[in-house]
Design a protein. Structure first.
Length: 143
């Protein structure tokens, strides 16, 4: 499979869509993730409501187009999700990428089906979920 098949216009458009979630220093929860396979990184800031649901987020990506597209997919459907929701989808996503499960129930993941055949991109695909879980594991900074 060629890179042209992986970096489709839809994947590139999703990567460009990250501008909808600019980095915001005021977000109280911050997590970072790095792909060991390709070196891509992602910083993610979150704000939660009183019930622990994501209400706002900001992203600072230094990732390939696949990692950025995956972050866009995460961000598009993150609002209203809890730490348990993110953890469950992260586990299912990892299993799916390893060929051990069905595609997780998260809107937009179909865009990444072709990337499943590129193990070197799996770490980049997981970045947003990993960064979110890191942020959710941290106590909120005082405001």
């Amino acid at each position: 499979m060629s890179a042209a098949v992986l970096y489709t216009p839809e994947v590139l458009a999703a990567a460009m869509g990250l501008a909808q979630w600019p980095w915001d220093e005021s977000l109280p929860l911050v997590g970072e993730a790095r792909s060991r396979a390709c070196g891509s990184t992602l910083s993610l800031g979150l704000a939660l409501d009183g019930e622990g649901r994501i209400v706002r987020l900001g992203l600072r990506p230094h990732a390939c187009a696949v990692g950025q597209a995956a972050a866009h997919i995460f961000a598009t459907a993150a609002q209203g999700r809890t730490q348990a929701d993110v953890a469950a989808v992260r586990a299912a996503l990892s299993a799916w990428l390893a060929g051990e499960g069905d595609e997780p129930d998260w809107p937009g993941l179909a865009l990444l089906r072709k990337a499943k055949d590129y193990p070197a991109r799996h770490g980049a695909i997981l970045l947003a979920w990993d960064a979110a879980l890191a942020a959710l594991a941290e106590p909120a900074k005082a405001g």
